[in-house]
Design a protein. Structure first.
Ligand SMILES: Cc1cc2nc3c(=O)[nH]c(=O)nc-3n(C[C@H](O)[C@H](O)[C@H](O)COP(=O)(O)OP(=O)(O)OC[C@H]3O[C@@H](n4cnc5c(N)ncnc54)[C@H](O)[C@@H]3O)c2cc1C
Length: 281
């Protein structure tokens, strides 16, 4: 892993696969198993594509199983790095895990179509049965043991996959009165709102979870939809540094813009957790 991807991860990830303890509290000692788990995360394993489907017009969800049958514990919000052979090189690309930890069945990643993208070409052409090398799980873009708060979960495009993996944990925390959450998803058109049915379903049964689709190129808006970019809808939620904790994931320009808005509003940077989707080599 190198270049921009390393820089990106430095903001939100250790690469150890361990969440940082709540940054509002006194930093805890690192878990004693960190070194061992980092070594495990860095050991490549093979995945086999079990199935694939389009979950939005330009997003392909790929469901993989480990070829060796071993379990792969991870935390909601973490990502895997795929090692894709490309012109004699090892192209490394990271993808957030879209499935809920502990769920039966394969592990899904959602890849957005990037025009001319090297990994995109491989992932969109991959047929069931194909095998790929991977490492991980990595990342600290996970729910932490936070004090009661309102989570502002902000994403563009496939940046929403970590929140999809977090949904049961969020629902449990909300039910226990530990938090409420606003999920803002920015896309161009309604058809690109991936996993929206799941977010809408939770919002329908839990008023303390609210889903805000933000559509930048849709002529007509439906109930609960916002026009424009996520930053606009974010401002309308009156972010409050005293009670809110923000998660930003996806397009690097959006992550930077929202981070600037929040820190200018008085958020300590530790309460604005970021995952930028950038390529490395
Ligand atoms: C921690 C992490 C998690 C990630 N999770 C996901 C995920 O869950 N789903 C997902 O789809 N991607 C995710 N990404 C991005 C992903 O790793 C690749 O960068 C992306 O798939 C493009 O790779 P590529 O090889 O197809 O494009 P490249 O060949 O690297 O780039 C081709 C061209 O497209 C530009 N470009 C690169 N990426 C993008 C982009 N995202 N949008 C627009 N233009 C781009 C490049 O600047 C270049 O000009 C994540 C990245 C990181 C660092």
């Amino acid at each position: 892993m190198r270049g921009a991807e390393v820089a990106s991860r430095a903001e939100s990830s250790t690469g150890s696969g361990h969440p940082r303890p709540c940054e509002n509290a006194r930093p805890a000692a690192p878990p004693r198993t960190v070194a061992g788990e980092r070594r495990l995360s860095n050991l490549p394993f093979e995945l086999e594509l079990e199935s694939a489907r389009m979950v939005a017009p330009t997003v392909r969800e790929l469901a993989f199983r480990r070829v060796d049958g071993a379990a792969m514990p991870y935390l909601a919000g973490q990502f895997l790095t795929l090692h894709l052979p490309h012109e004699g090189k090892d192209l490394r690309r990271s993808y957030s895990i879209a499935t809920v930890p502990g769920a039966d069945g394969p592990l899904a990643l959602a890849a957005s179509h990037v025009e001319g993208g090297r990994a995109t070409g491989i992932l969109f052409g991959m047929a069931p049965g194909a095998r790929v090398k991977a490492t991980g799980p990595f990342g600290r873009f996970v729910l932490r043991d936070d004090p009661p708060c309102r989570y502002l979960l902000i994403a563009t495009g496939t940046g929403v996959t970590p929140y999809r993996a977090m949904l049961p944990e969020l629902a449990a925390r909300i039910a226990a009165g530990r938090c409420e959450a606003e999920l803002l998803l920015g896309v161009r058109t309604r058809a690109e709102l991936l996993y929206a049915a799941e977010f809408t379903a939770l919002a329908g049964r839990e008023p303390r979870f609210r889903f805000h689709p933000c559509l930048s190129r849709e002529a007509e808006l439906g109930a609960g939809e916002h026009r424009g970019h996520v930053q606009v809808a974010l401002a309308a939620l009156a972010p409050d540094p005293a009670r809110d904790i923000a998660y930003l994931c996806g397009n690097p320009a959006m992550v930077d813009a929202a981070f600037a808005v929040l820190t200018a509003a008085g958020f300590p940077s530790a309460n604005v957790r970021r995952e930028k989707y950038v390529s490395s080599n």
